[in-house]
Design a protein around this ligand. Structure first.
Ligand code: MG
Length: 258
């Protein structure tokens, strides 16, 4: 890294150090709510960009996020952690954060994918999802029984499984999920963890909440998630859904008054 690059990085870090960071899931969370509530909340974040950095932390692929931008959605986050923590890009141009992305790639390339696919191809209760994310295997599952029967076999091969919403089975390189990747990004940005709030609605957001960061489970959260977070002191469970739940949670954490 030459001096100019170092200086550029330092500028970025300095500008972000004193900011609050909202790290939010998309579907069911940041994208959920009435059009009016969403419009007002996105405008609030836009007006306060100097003070609040937004990170999308989603199971969506980059292609599905790009589709979002083809609609009338017009909020640009600072960073995007996509594919359940396996893809990390800048929010403005989808350029990867190479120093973090390379860690995922190294781990992914170490794994025996042929052996995994052999195991999965013999399994009748799962079906491949119709897209090809670069660093995860994405399936639908039909029976909760896979959690005791199939998941341990997948984990033995060095993968991490996230089963959520009673339908999605995501298979990730071990050590990478929404929570661990967010922590890597916060370290990269040299952020004080006390300035961070996460938000989500389903079991695939549990790794976010397990970081210990202040977190919001929105009111429309999956029941299994609520059961798991009910005794986690860092998680505020809002009665309000989607963006209204985020606003309620941010008020609880004294980011704003409502
Ligand atoms: Mg969600």
């Amino acid at each position: 890294m030459d001096t100019e690059q170092k200086f550029a990085k330092r500028e970025t870090v300095l500008s972000i150090m004193n900011k609050r960071i909202l790290a939010t899931d998309l579907d069911g969370t940041f994208l959920h709510g009435s059009e009016q509530d969403k419009k007002e909340f996105y405008a609030f974040l836009q007006e306060n960009r100097q003070h609040i950095c937004t990170i999308f932390v989603t199971g969506r692929t980059i292609e599905l996020i790009k589709d979002l931008y083809l609609s009338d959605f017009n909020f640009v986050p600072n960073y995007i952690i996509a594919d359940h923590g396996t893809v990390i890009v800048h929010g403005s141009n989808f350029e990867p954060l190479n120093s973090l992305q390379s860690k995922v790639v190294v781990q992914w390339e170490k794994l025996d994918h042929d052996q995994l696919l052999k195991l999965l191809n013999n399994e009748s209760s799962i079906v491949k999802q119709p897209f090809h994310p670069p660093f995860r295997h994405a399936y639908y599952y039909q029976s909760e029984l896979i959690k005791d029967r199939l998941v341990p076999k997948i984990e033995e091969l060095g993968f991490e499984c996230i089963a959520s919403s009673g339908i999605y089975l995501d298979i990730l390189p071990k050590g990478f999920n929404k929570g661990t990747t967010l922590l890597h990004l916060l370290d990269h940005l040299e952020v004080d963890h006390r300035n961070v709030v996460t938000a989500g609605d389903s079991l695939n957001d549990l790794p976010l909440f397990k970081t210990g960061l202040a977190s919001i489970a929105v009111g429309n959260s999956e029941v299994d998630l609520l059961n798991k977070v009910s005794k986690m002191s860092n998680v505020f469970i809002s009665k309000h859904c989607g963006v209204s739940g985020i606003v309620d949670g941010l008020a609880n954490f004294r980011w704003l008054t409502v």
